[in-house]
Design a protein around this ligand. Structure first.
Ligand SMILES: C[S@@+](CC[C@H](N)C(=O)[O-])C[C@H]1O[C@@H](n2cnc3c(N)ncnc32)[C@H](O)[C@@H]1O
Length: 322
């Protein structure tokens, strides 16, 4: 289901739009999971996304704290720097996939992007509720592997620390590419397993012992400890960066690169260059203004689930100048 959310009714009424459900032709390459099934947490691969969703729903109120403590409170500053480094500029349309509590979207708005030109999508309702309190951007409930936007809609797609949680990297990257306009850019932030044995041990100690202890002292929920265990397991088991880079290239991205920051952080950047015919049917009312920016005809309140789930993405954006 798609849920549209926005913070203020005035925002919604100012901005008319229609979201088009996924129009991409079904491709079925061999799925590429980000890690092997983790039986200690769920019984079968089919139970994984439910498990992940319940975990993020339960830990959403603690998420910002976890993000802060895991990064020694450099996380917000770092997200901004990474977005700037990879070419995000005011005037662009941004899709924040796995938007969570909205830290990436918040960084983008802090860099001067119009809130009306930013959309966030995430499957966890709990995370979206936190996000909604923070960001006056459009929010949708959904998964990165099946994006409910027409092709070539965004100048920039970002995903922060969620690669390990999707079902299929190939499908995800295919969707990223589809919704990016030619010349659009992609940034994926991820935590990568340290290559040295010492680094691995230090990280394991920090994530499995120290942070949970701090959580207990701060009365964080039991789910938060489980989340940290799960985080650690997914980082330790994640496919190698080379596999991620190869999958991005296979999906047709250009200038695919990985920048590392310290021993843990990876920034995957890529560019959608090819000029393609749109593969969608454009749905818009005859009176839709041709201007830039995008907008929503109706806003379903994320908490009350009222309203009409339709919106239109209209207009063209000027070429970006990264
Ligand atoms: C670690 S949080 C990252 C949140 C945010 N991007 C940030 O930088 O703080 C991971 C997020 O990925 C979301 N997620 C899990 N599976 C997903 C999927 N298949 N597609 C998109 N998001 C997903 C979770 O609900 C969660 O909000």
């Amino acid at each position: 289901m798609v849920i549209l959310g926005c913070r203020e009714k005035s925002f919604a009424s100012r901005n008319l739009g229609l979201i088009i459900m996924n129009q991409s032709p079904e491709k079925s390459p061999t799925p590429l999971a980000p890690h092997r099934p983790l039986e200690a947490f769920y019984s079968a691969p089919s139970a994984r996304s439910r498990f992940v969703n319940d975990l993020f729903d339960a830990t959403a109120p603690d998420y910002d704290w976890i993000s802060g403590v895991m990064s020694l409170w450099t996380d917000r500053w770092y997200r901004k720097q990474a977005l700037v480094r990879s070419g995000l500029r005011p005037g662009m349309r941004l899709l924040d996939v796995a938007s969570g509590t909205g830290l990436m979207a918040e960084a983008a708005v802090g860099l001067g992007l119009e809130p009306a030109a930013v959309a966030g999508i995430d499957p966890s309702r709990g995370m979206l509720e936190q996000n909604r309190q923070r960001n006056p951007v459009a929010l949708l409930q959904g998964r990165g592997e099946n994006l409910p936007f027409r092709s070539a809609t965004f100048d920039f797609v970002c995903m922060g620390y969620a690669l390990r949680h999707v079902d299929d990297l190939r499908k995800l990257f295919g969707e990223f590419r589809r919704v990016l306009r030619p010349g659009g850019r992609l940034l994926i932030l991820e935590i990568t397993r340290p290559s040295s044995a010492m680094g691995l041990r230090l990280m394991q100690f920090y994530m499995r012992k120290l942070v949970p202890l701090m959580g207990r002292l701060r009365n964080r929920s039991v789910s938060t400890e489980k989340m940290l265990e799960y985080y650690w397991a997914t980082i330790a088991e994640c496919v190698d960066p080379a596999v991620i880079l190869a999958a991005l290239e296979e999906e047709g991205f250009q200038d695919v690169r990985r920048k590392t920051v310290g021993p843990l952080l990876s920034e995957y950047v890529a560019c959608e260059r090819e000029v393609r015919e749109p593969d969608h049917i454009r749905l818009s009312s005859p009176d839709s203004p041709p201007g830039r920016g995008w907008s929503f005809a109706a806003c379903i309140d994320l908490l009350n689930l009222r309203g009409v789930a339709s919106a239109r993405l209209a207009g063209q954006v000027p070429p970006s100048t990264p």
